[in-house]
Ligand binder design. Structure first.
Ligand code: BGC
Length: 271
């Protein structure tokens, strides 16, 4: 785990999709910074319990809550349980996301809808529940300068079009304007809304892109910094965005991609 100053002490964070991948490391990073972490998961409970167990072993507080974040009733129930248990929520990390990749002409409505439901509607439902709670509770300046914080995990594909991933790219483009709009709408209430746009991060979602030497070599051609990202790279960025060190930052996207969005094919200056 990375070394963080305890800048999130006394704060409660909900991280969606926190039992694996980027969400898991983000949960650890927030806990290390002093936050109490709600580890949202769906399906198998064992990996979520493992995250909670590790946080508790490190002296932190955590709770696993199962919820399908694309379902309104389940999101509402998760927030209610978190607030009943810990009093309020200060931080939401909208991390849960999926891919269902397919050539566009073969894409079923179900595959389109599922990705939009989880990646975009899920972020809407959780953001709405969080902002309602931030407004209900009001400011706690002794705990954090902002009344509440939201970090949406987007993707470089909020900017880079991606053939055979129309559902995914459309969902992330939607997240970008959701973030900017919420930031605009709630800045006067001292609610900060930002996103992190990861590039290629070594997790299960893109296993095929790094699992073989050939695939990894091809991937690295698109990453000027010369390595695939780790989930910690994203977790560290999330912690900073949630901390008072970023108090003047709202409505922005922090790109964490080793330069993938810098048009690497132009890097030699030739042609
Ligand atoms: C996707 C990964 C992909 C990365 C870079 C992410 O948003 O989930 O599958 O490797 O973008 O293309």
């Amino acid at each position: 785990m990375a070394d963080h100053t305890h800048s999130l002490q006394q704060q409660v964070a909900i991280v969606t999709g926190a039992s694996t991948g980027i969400g898991r490391q983000t949960a650890f990073a927030l806990a290390e910074a002093g936050a109490t972490v709600v580890v949202n998961y769906i399906g198998s409970r064992t990996p979520a319990d493992d995250v909670v167990g590790q946080i508790k072993e490190g002296g932190g507080r955590a709770l696993a809550i199962e919820a399908d974040i694309s379902r309104e009733d389940q999101v509402e129930a998760m927030f209610k349980q978190a607030i009943d248990q810990f009093g309020t929520v200060h931080i939401l990390v909208n991390n849960a996301g999926i891919e269902k990749d397919c050539a566009f002409t073969e894409m079923t409505l179900a595959d389109w809808q599922k990705v939009i439901d989880v990646n975009l509607t899920g972020q809407f439902l959780c953001s709405r529940a969080a902002i309602r709670e931030y407004l209900r509770r009001g400011p706690q300046p002794g705990i954090s300068k902002a009344t509440g914080k939201i970090v949406c995990i987007s993707s470089v594909h909020q900017r880079i079009p991606w053939a055979k991933h129309a559902n995914y790219a459309a969902s992330k483009g939607g997240v970008m304007l959701l973030v900017q709009t919420l930031a605009q709408e709630f800045a006067s209430r001292k609610i900060r809304v930002n996103s992190v746009a990861p590039g290629a991060i070594k997790t299960a979602i893109n296993h095929a892109a790094w699992a073989t030497e050939d695939a990894l070599d091809k991937l690295l051609e698109m990453i000027p910094y010369g390595r695939i990202g780790d989930a910690e790279d994203v977790g560290n960025a999330v912690v900073w965005l949630c901390s008072d060190a970023a108090d003047y930052v709202t409505g922005t996207t922090l790109v964490v991609d080793g330069g993938m969005t810098l048009y690497p094919s132009f890097s030699t200056g030739d042609g």
